[in-house]
Design a protein around this ligand. Structure first.
Ligand code: ADP
Ligand code: MG
Length: 235
């Protein structure tokens, strides 16, 4: 589904350039649940932004579902982003003075879904994340965990094949973080590919594969021990 080869990203700010990614090569199959770890500044968010077609690499190859991203126009990229990918961020990125319902409807406005369909899909998504009774609350009337569940509902309404979550539990207490992880696991069981950045080992341990970045490079890529053990010793 995702194939990346020798991907590099250099940011230029004035006369300073920062190499955020160096020759990253990686394949991710449909239905995987990948945890991305690594210290602050190691290139995790840069990697996610490129995978999510929010940004382009400086060099290297990125193929998503047999399409080479480099050859696509900005409009085509936006279309891929809107139709295939759901984003979840550490800081939720909800519109503050707008109801949960309207926040969840927003990606469908961009995808030109009719008002009636938008309403019904948004209600269904909010219900699915357990917020059927919070649809008219604004973000400041919701807890952190509830805000993140609104953001997840929003990420789901265009039925993405891939969910990219950048430190989704970073601002949450342990219990709300667990609830959010349960939602990702359930989505993954339904076949959605999940790529999730975290610095917490406990969170990463819940994915099936853990990829670790350091200084813009992948320093390890392994099946998660616990998952591997379950496979070799199902009892
Ligand atoms: P992480 O998510 O692992 O903390 P990032 O991908 O955000 O790492 O950052 C990797 C490096 O790229 C850092 O050194 C950071 O300062 C730099 N960087 C990230 N985004 C930008 C940007 N938009 N412009 C310039 N430099 C950036
Ligand atoms: Mg980051």
């Amino acid at each position: 589904m995702i194939e990346i080869k020798n991907l590099s990203k250099i940011y230029k700010t004035g006369n300073i350039s920062v190499t955020a990614l160096k020759n990253v090569t990686l394949k991710i199959e449909k239905g995987e649940f990948v945890g991305i770890m690594g210290p602050s500044g190691s290139g995790k968010s840069t990697f996610m932004n490129i995978i999510g077609c929010l940004d382009r690499p400086t060099s290297g190859l990125y193929v998503l579902d047999d399409k080479t991203i480099e050859n696509m126009s900005d409009n085509e990229l936006a279309e891929v982003r809107n139709n295939k990918i759901g984003f979840v961020f550490q800081s939720f990125n909800l519109l503050p003075r707008t109801s949960a319902l309207k926040n969840v409807e927003l990606p469908m406005v961009y995808a030109k879904v009719s008002a009636k369909e938008r309403r019904s899909r948004a209600l269904e998504a909010l219900d699915w994340v357990g917020l059927g009774d919070r649809t008219h609350h604004n973000p400041n009337e919701l807890s952190g965990g509830q805000k993140q569940r609104v953001a997840i509902a929003r990420s789901l309404v265009n039925q993405p094949a891939i969910i990219l979550a950048d430190e989704p539990t970073g601002n949450l207490d342990t219990k709300s973080g667990e609830e959010v992880m349960e939602i990702f696991k359930k989505l993954n069981k339904d076949g959605v590919t999940i790529i999730l950045v975290t610095h917490e080992r406990d969170i990463a341990e819940q994915s099936k594969r853990i990829v670790t970045f350091r200084d813009g490079e992948i320093i390890s890529d392994e099946l998660n021990d616990r998952e591997a053990k379950l496979k070799s010793d199902p009892a």
